[in-house]
Design a protein around this ligand. Structure first.
Ligand SMILES: NC(=O)c1ccc[n+]([C@@H]2O[C@H](COP(=O)([O-])OP(=O)(O)OC[C@H]3O[C@@H](n4cnc5c(N)ncnc54)[C@H](OP(=O)(O)O)[C@@H]3O)[C@@H](O)[C@H]2O)c1
Length: 314
């Protein structure tokens, strides 16, 4: 069958011919309708991902929407390697799959998998967002960030502040319901902290952080007393320098989040809730679908954070 193949770490995948292994115990084959492309696919393919490097060659793709042998449409993640979701078919553990609600098309549902869950669960489940709280979204121009801006509002935030590199990202965040948008572009952490304090009237209670690096340093400098920062990604860098005193003095919490560790029931509820909000026009995400043959173009575009969800159709 046709599938993308990663032959060398750090290189884009190529199209190749791949054989699907026999399904093992606790596995079923799915026919992939749409595969989501995420920054994590590129991080894994670098060979330097914190959770390890797959043996080469392999087919990338951490998530997809597909049809089970019984004809049920499901969202799935972590397909059984060496064949990921950038292929016509792959093997999944059906006990981890989530049924896509009737009436939600694959292209509508795909953003609410890996990206949407990081936003929704980061705020609701890990961040314990309380009604009326002030939320800061770092990396609001990306897919996680755009969903987080809207999710914060839907989950009852009082104020939503978006922080992005690009002016286009800030414009989009304001369109999506953010109360204020600040630029992360500065060499001065204290200047960015001031911008955040000002935009959030004294500092955010909850930060959804897809960036780390200097923007996270600034957010932690500006955070309100008792504030929480949920660390979901490090698009701005893997390192940050933190000062101990203000973290203690502010009783600040830094909470790591990875979707994989949320109970399936929690993931299922969040995924289906987002699909429902989308169906009723309350959650808006731009999606661009590429044919699988153009995987290398989509891969290259994703490395530049295109500000929309990219997906591959086998
Ligand atoms: N923990 C989990 O389970 C989980 C799940 C999903 C995603 N994630 C992580 O969450 C992060 C966001 O994912 P995504 O799908 O939204 O990615 P994305 O669409 O590529 O968005 C990344 C965002 O980061 C910004 N950005 C990129 N490089 C930057 C830099 N050097 N300095 C400042 N801002 C920078 C971009 O800003 P502009 O738009 O302003 O240019 C964009 O808003 C990624 O790190 C991803 O790996 C984690």
């Amino acid at each position: 069958m046709r599938a993308a193949l990663l032959n060398a770490y750090g290189e884009p995948p190529e199209i190749g011919d791949v054989e699907l292994p026999e399904a093992g115990s606790g596995q079923v084959p799915v026919t992939v309708e749409l595969a989501g492309l995420n920054p994590v696919d590129i991080a894994i393919a670098s060979g330097k991902f914190d959770a390890g490097a797959p043996q080469l060659p392999y087919t990338p793709g951490l998530e997809g929407i597909g049809l089970t042998p019984g004809g049920e449409r499901v969202w799935f993640d972590v397909p059984v390697l060496p064949v990921g979701s950038f292929s016509e078919r792959c093997l999944i553990d059906p006990s981890r799959a989530i049924a896509v609600p009737d009436g939600t098309a694959p292209a509508e549902a795909i953003p609410f998998g890996v990206a949407g869950l990081a936003a929704w669960l980061g705020l609701e489940w890990r961040g314990q967002l309380q009604p009326g709280e002030k939320v800061l979204v770092l990396g609001a121009g990306g897919t996680v960030g755009q969903i987080a801006v809207q999710a914060a509002r839907l989950l009852g935030a009082g104020t939503v502040v978006a922080a992005t590199r690009s002016a286009r990202g800030r414009e989009r965040a304001l369109q999506l319901g953010a109360d204020a948008a600040v630029s992360t572009e500065t060499d001065s952490v204290s200047e960015l902290a001031d911008r955040i304090r000002q935009a959030s009237d004294g500092g955010p209670d909850l930060v959804l952080d897809g960036l780390w690096g200097a923007p996270a340093e600034a957010a932690l400098a500006a955070i309100a007393f008792g504030g929480r920062l949920v660390q979901v990604g490090n698009s701005a860098g893997t390192q940050a320098t933190l000062t101990a005193g203000p973290l203690r003095g502010g009783t600040v919490s830094i909470l790591g989040h990875r979707n994989f560790y949320a109970p399936l029931q929690v993931q299922t509820e969040a995924f289906r809730t987002m699909c429902s909000h989308s169906g009723e026009g309350r959650l808006d995400v731009d999606v661009e679908v590429f044919p699988l043959e153009q995987v290398a173009d989509a891969w290259e575009l994703q490395q530049r954070s295109p500000g929309r969800k990219l997906a591959l159709a086998p």
